[in-house]
Ligand binder design. Sequence first.
Ligand code: NAD
Length: 460
Amino acid sequence: MTATLPTSTSASEVARLRSTFATGRTRDVAWRLAQLEGVERMVAEREDDFAIALAADLGRPRVDAWLADLAPTTAESAFARKHLKRWMRSKRAGLPLSVQPGSARYVYEPLGTVLIIGPWNYPVYLTLTPLVAALAAGNCAVVKPSEHAPAVAALLADLLPRYVDRDAVAVVTGGPEETQDLLAQGLDHAFFTGSPEVGALIMAAAAPTLTPVTLELGGKSPVIVTGDADIAVAAKRIAWTKLMNSGQTCIAPDYVLVEESVRDTLVAGIAEATRELRGGAEDGLRIVNARQAARIAGLLDDHGGRIAYGGAVDVEALTGQPTIVVDPRPDSPLMTEEIFGPILPVLTVEDLDTAIRFVNDRPKPLAVYLFSRSKGVAKRVTAEISSGGTVINHLMFHVLVPQLPFGGVGRSGMGAYHGRWGFETFSHRKSVLTKPTRPDLSLIYPPYTAKAEKLLRRFF
Ligand code: NAD
């Protein structure tokens, strides 16, 4: 279904965008605003087409398609449009005594022609939101949607040229080979959303041309639940966010660390909330493809824990039941690999110290969630665990705050976007220093007399 373009086409696409960038028209604020309006208009006018494509690729219900893919894309673009002029303003800076007189400022320059490599799990939102940032910053962009969401990839290839400047945005469909080919051409930035494993390959492919990268990766995001937490609310929120897109969300709760005193209540609560949120349905949730379904089934093979809810994965039908596994072995694949599916391990921990140590002994997660009534506990978790983001008493909502930078740290990624942070990612901050020609103090030029040196030592 994916219309893969031959290699030579992607080279000519990049060349076409480069010549558009060279005209300078993408720097104009009116051009940038028009592109963002185009993205918003496309999403509004083509909501039906996007919903159909998302249902075909991921079995996503219509409301979910709107809620998780379309509405946040529009919100991000509208936010950028509202604030763009302020973001673009040059910023004044102070001068040390040694450089006075003069004036200093920095200006935001677009980078040029950038590459956006999208994942399949929220294939509209996670492909268009980086594009919004790239266009707001005045760049041309090659968009490479995921081949694992082929209906959305084909739709973006069809629609984007109709709604935005077709000489400034190109869609190249295909998989690893096409992505590598694009990277080999040496772009001005590569923005990748996907797994840490592929992120490393992207960084390696970008290295020979010194293409800077932003890597939005994944990992195992823990939820810590302390004995004093509001367990009913915690259970419902954990169940809801885990169910979203069948657990195939980069910031989904991957596993839970809970104090023993509330463990059984929490597990029962998550099971009950899962049942309720699904209207009593017991069947499996849609998994994107057979490879992922087989991988998820494999995670249930040998974990050493107790299945408290669900447990069935049907690889042929591409479905997996929402599943709770209590106390799996920490060294089992279920606890060492990112789950990216509807399975939720719940591990008993002695206390908060043990929970913090458990998380800190592993790669830095994309998100850390905490349920606790104690402000002191929230302070400790925020201060003592490094993660891309932290949410207290809820999950995932930080992704919807354009005022906050969104991105990982360590193995969960490098760089950030959303709102102003996306604009910054796709801009170069150029320092501009302006000096008067007079006075032209001879003191600064050699040869230096003892008196001159003494004076210079005071100023520098
Ligand atoms: P992936 O890493 O398999 O692929 C993502 C993209 O990389 C695709 O466009 C694909 O064509 C391309 N690609 C794959 N192999 C390549 C190679 N060898 N060379 C060049 N390009 C290659 O990721 P995915 O399966 O689409 O998404 C799942 C992962 O993404 C999970 O780890 C998840 O946590 C992470 N993720 C992170 C975020 C975030 O915002 N941080 C969001 C969504 C998903």
